[in-house]
Design a protein around this ligand. Structure first.
Ligand code: SF4
Length: 224
């Protein structure tokens, strides 16, 4: 790892100055809707996931109880715009059943972070990234989300080599930041935004706020 704690804080500050607060999931007052969004947005765009979310709202099915009551085929049809709809319907069903057993989403989310993360990971269709997105954006627990944008940005900055596991990269963030849900949520959202606006597969380095500290950009310049 090629960055110290000050670098991580500085990265957050630079991205926040450049892009401002992202305020993801403004519907956080409805944690269940955030869970549904986190599952539906797997392997698709938010635009497609949002169409499926709208369909659930229109069918009055945006509660765990309503999703438990729906026939699986009916649920699949409602969320079809999000793609992988059979697998996602199964995951939604499992989550809603577990929430029901716990006495509701709030009771499920009252579990300690580590136990809740294990519980989420035991549900088919929920991996590290979705579990951490649910933890930070729905359950308000400080668990850093690592995704492909995070890997790409950190690798280009020279802070990771690229072979690190999810857990290793998450540990780097969590060892370097205050355990603050808002900071974790904003930092991940800022990295995603940065990965879409500047640090794309073909990066737009010229106007990037990280240009002066980016070895990747400098190496590309030397090659040109
Ligand atoms: S300078 Fe280029 S490669 Fe480096 S972080 Fe910015 S966009 Fe990515």
């Amino acid at each position: 790892m090629n960055a110290d704690i000050a670098d991580w804080a500085n990265l957050y500050d630079v991205l926040m100055d450049a892009y401002g607060p992202q305020k993801w999931w403004p519907g956080r007052e409805n944690p269940f809707a955030v869970v549904v969004g986190a599952i539906l947005t797997q392997r698709t765009t938010w635009t497609n996931a949002a169409m499926a979310v709208d369909a659930l709202h229109q069918a009055d099915a945006m509660t765990p109880e309503a999703i438990c009551r729906l026939e699986k085929m009916d649920l699949e049809q409602l969320i079809r715009p999000a793609g992988f709809y059979r697998a996602k319907a199964a995951t939604l069903k499992v989550f809603c059943e577990r929430a029901g057993k716990a006495g509701g989403v709030s009771q499920l989310f009252a579990m300690p972070k580590k136990a809740l993360r294990s519980e989420l990971l035991s549900m088919r269709g929920i991996g590290d990234e979705t579990a951490d997105a649910i933890l930070v954006y729905a359950a308000a627990k400080a668990s850093f989300v690592v995704d492909a944008y995070t890997r790409r940005v950190l690798e280009r900055l020279g802070w990771i080599e690229g072979r690190e596991t999810y857990a290793m990269i998450q540990a780097l963030f969590e060892a370097s930041l205050p355990k603050n849900v808002t900071v974790y949520g904003e930092f991940h959202a800022l990295i995603v935004h940065h990965g879409k606006v500047h640090c794309r597969a073909r990066p737009a380095c010229d106007s990037c706020p990280l240009l002066t500290r980016c070895p990747f950009a400098n190496s590309q310049e030397e090659l040109s």
